[in-house]
Ligand binder design. Structure first.
Ligand SMILES: NC(=O)c1ccc[n+]([C@@H]2O[C@H](COP(=O)([O-])OP(=O)(O)OC[C@H]3O[C@@H](n4cnc5c(N)ncnc54)[C@H](OP(=O)(O)O)[C@@H]3O)[C@@H](O)[C@H]2O)c1
Length: 291
């Protein structure tokens, strides 16, 4: 495992475990526990996933079973735009995330989307960081222009921008802008999510044979070679183990470039955040969740 030092001095594992769409609590607890057993130390949830509590239960069980200590873990959650309407609503949401997870602090807390009054919400995150409730704070799904505007405006630069990026959505400009502002990039959907399948690619198949790895492992390693943090999700033990078994090889520059040619510029991505329908859908999702 490698680690990245963030712009606030905190240290974050380069690979972690995500739990988006793992809505069944027992399944989430089991998967997170298995992930900790397998060696994952970075865990990624969000208020909108509805599983901050299950993740917290798995963490407590892993600690009480002696697998890990709290300070060896790096736990992330995120605030949803419907809670980013004001400084006060954001403060309430941070406390709710902490209370649901049963944790004293999050290692990283992100503005989930660049919607709502995200500047007021950011001030709430900055204050929660000062109070020790959040160790690092960051953003997610900020396009390069939004990230530049944000970094030019706020006092505390985000430590991380979590964005969708995989070989089918390479996003070199996003990486360049993040580098310019000292923001670490973290990939969601690092395997291509549910839309893209590494096994279908001849390029990935041929590279995978050379290293005796699976095409999915090549995809995960590709982001690591670019300095991008990854948080693959799986509810299957063999895949949880497979996805973290990527630290004994590295890709050549030529192989990284060959994989870059798979880029579709996100044609089939769900990141249509410049689409007004998507914005309205996100607010509806948040309101339903808060009912
Ligand atoms: N900030 C955001 O807006 C945002 C959005 C989406 C996700 N995220 C975060 O990023 C994490 C990862 O993204 P994601 O869950 O969308 O996508 P992902 O990790 O790229 O892909 C997950 C999918 O790949 C399958 N899979 C896992 N390992 C595999 C393997 N070795 N071979 C083949 N298939 C495999 C999983 O199925 P099984 O589970 O059945 O194995 C699941 O269908 C999320 O869990 C969440 O924490 C953040």
């Amino acid at each position: 495992m490698e680690y990245k030092t963030l712009n606030d001095g905190n240290v974050m594992p380069m690979e972690g475990f995500g739990v988006y769409r793992v809505t069944d609590k027992a399944e989430c607890e089991k998967a997170v526990y298995q992930a900790i057993q397998a060696g994952y130390r970075l865990l990624d949830t969000a208020a909108i996933y509805g599983n901050e509590d299950a993740l917290g239960n798995a963490v407590r069980k892993a600690i009480s079973d002696g697998l890990v200590t709290r300070d060896q873990l790096f736990i992330t959650s995120k605030i949803f735009p419907t809670d980013m309407m004001s400084y006060e609503s954001a403060t309430t949401a941070i406390d709710a995330s902490l209370s649901k997870s049963g944790l004293d602090y999050f290692d990283l807390y992100l503005l989930h989307q660049p919607f709502g009054d995200y500047f007021s919400a950011w001030r709430a995150l900055e204050d929660a960081k000062k109070d020790g409730k959040l160790r690092s704070i960051g953003v997610s799904n900020f396009y390069p222009n939004l990230l530049a505007n944000f970094c030019e405006t706020v006092d505390t630069k985000p430590a991380v921008n979590q964005i969708e990026t995989h070989p089918w959505y390479v996003r070199s400009q996003d990486l360049g802008e993040a580098r310019r502002y000292g923001v670490a990039v973290e990939a969601w959907g690092p395997l291509g999510g549910t839309r893209y399948h590494a096994d279908d690619s001849d390029v990935l198949q041929s590279i995978s044979k050379k290293y005796n790895k699976t095409p999915s492992q090549i995809v995960l390693r590709w982001n690591i070679e670019r300095g991008v943090i990854i948080i693959p999700k799986s509810v299957h033990k063999e895949r949880i183990l497979q996805n973290i078994d990527i630290w004994d090889f590295s890709l050549t520059k030529d192989e990284v470039e060959m994989i870059n040619t798979l880029d579709t510029n996100g044609i089939a991505t769900c990141t249509r955040r410049n689409d007004p329908e998507m914005v309205r859908m996100i607010f509806q999702m948040g309101k339903k969740n808060n009912q």
